[in-house]
Ligand binder design. Structure first.
Ligand code: GLV
Ligand code: MG
Length: 360
């Protein structure tokens, strides 16, 4: 048993105090880059303003002989480049790998004041988070950091799914989780080689028509990820952390990507990974609320200033609960409008929302 008072004590002498609330910033896309590639480093000034989060990937997709170069490239980006309001994250190597200790040590010591979130892959249970929690505290103390780094767990093993709730509660550092369909499919022995999305073989079919047993039967693809994504959303939001959908591997299939991203958005995810510049616009479109929905939500809030009672607006029943749904929509729209003048205009917020960074 751990005393509730201890959750907000630093885990190392002189480490910064744990955060009480997870900051909710624009988080529509976590854009993955490999900084062992000089060309990608050179593109940072162009890409950073287009994305909410830029992530230096050190894990899968980085070949073994480029692991150290990817880490060094990320340190260079952190030290030398001004990313403006765009957050800098990393995905370190998995905890069982020979690289992760140096990943965490070097990154915290060199650019711990620039990195906001460390993504930990293949998290299986709270023990993985406890290990990283203490290690980060020791490193933060050594580096003299004033603000703690946050932890983002990738949900990509069957054990991780089983232990979701305990992972979410394992540390005050838990910023959120991402859904990793490729590793999760492998871990569960699912018979798919796709990275996210549906599968033509996973479907339902209507009963035969008794009048015409040979007629074609309507059949539809189903979403193989629904159960786990929904559980991830509950586990995260119940502790004030943020759920994200992960990668969509078929880069040419923009419509499939948009459909997968939108399903996760409707379930409660705040963003997704973008693996290619072409996916940035898709994430931006999907994870920014639709202007028509925002207009309707504003109408409801204006019509019911105290959020109580039952009302009919445009033929739809509104009550205390729908008022809260509208607040979720409008608050997100306001936050994104502060960052994005085009969205501010689409939402009709030009004159009501202060520019980002403005002080009251
Ligand atoms: C992501 O890391 C995945 O395994 O899908
Ligand atoms: Mg993975």
């Amino acid at each position: 048993m751990r005393s509730p008072r201890d959750f907000f004590k630093p885990l190392a002498i002189d480490a910064p105090e744990p955060v009480r609330e997870i900051p909710f910033k624009p988080s529509r896309m976590i854009h993955f880059l490999d900084f062992s590639n000089e060309k990608m480093v050179a593109k940072v000034p162009e890409i950073a303003p287009q994305v909410d989060i830029l992530l230096g990937n050190l894990e899968d997709a980085i070949p073994v002989d480029r692991k150290e170069a990817a880490r060094a490239g990320l340190i260079r980006v952190g030290r030398e480049m001004d990313l403006g309001e765009t957050a800098l994250w990393t995905r370190v190597n998995e905890l069982a790998s020979p690289w992760v200790l140096d990943d965490l040590t070097e990154l915290v010591m060199e650019i711990g004041d620039k990195l906001e979130v460390v993504m930990i892959p293949k998290v299986e249970g709270p023990w993985d988070i406890h290990y990283v929690d203490r290690l980060l505290a020791q490193l933060e103390a050594k580096a003299g950091l004033e603000r703690p780094l946050l932890i983002h767990a990738i949900l990509e093993t069957a054990q991780g799914v089983i232990n979701l709730e305990e992972i979410a509660c394992a540390s005050a550092r838990i910023q959120g989780m991402s859904f990793g369909p490729a590793d999760l499919a492998a871990s569960r022995r699912m018979k798919t080689t796709r990275v996210g999305g549906g599968h033509p073989g996973y479907r339902t079919i209507a009963d035969p028509d008794p009048e015409d047993p040979d007629a074609p039967r309507p059949s539809y693809q189903q979403d193989p990820w629904h159960y786990s994504i929904a559980r991830m959303v509950d586990a995260c939001t119940s502790v004030g952390a943020l759920p994200f959908y992960g990668p969509y591997g078929d880069i040419r299939d923009a419509e499939g990507c948009e459909t997968q991203f939108r399903a996760s958005f409707l379930l409660g995810c705040v963003g997704a990974w973008t693996l290619h510049p072409g996916q940035i616009a898709i994430a931006k479109k999907v994870y920014s609320p639709d202007p028509e929905e925002v207009a309707f939500a504003r109408k409801v809030i204006e019509a019911i200033p105290d959020g109580r009672g039952v009302h009919m607006i445009d033929g739809k029943m509104q009550d205390d609960a729908t008022w809260k749904q509208c607040q979720v929509m409008v608050k997100l729209a306001e936050m994104l409008a502060r960052k994005d003048p085009e969205l501010a205009q689409a939402y009709g917020f030009e004159r009501t929302v202060e520019p980002a960074g403005a002080t009251a």
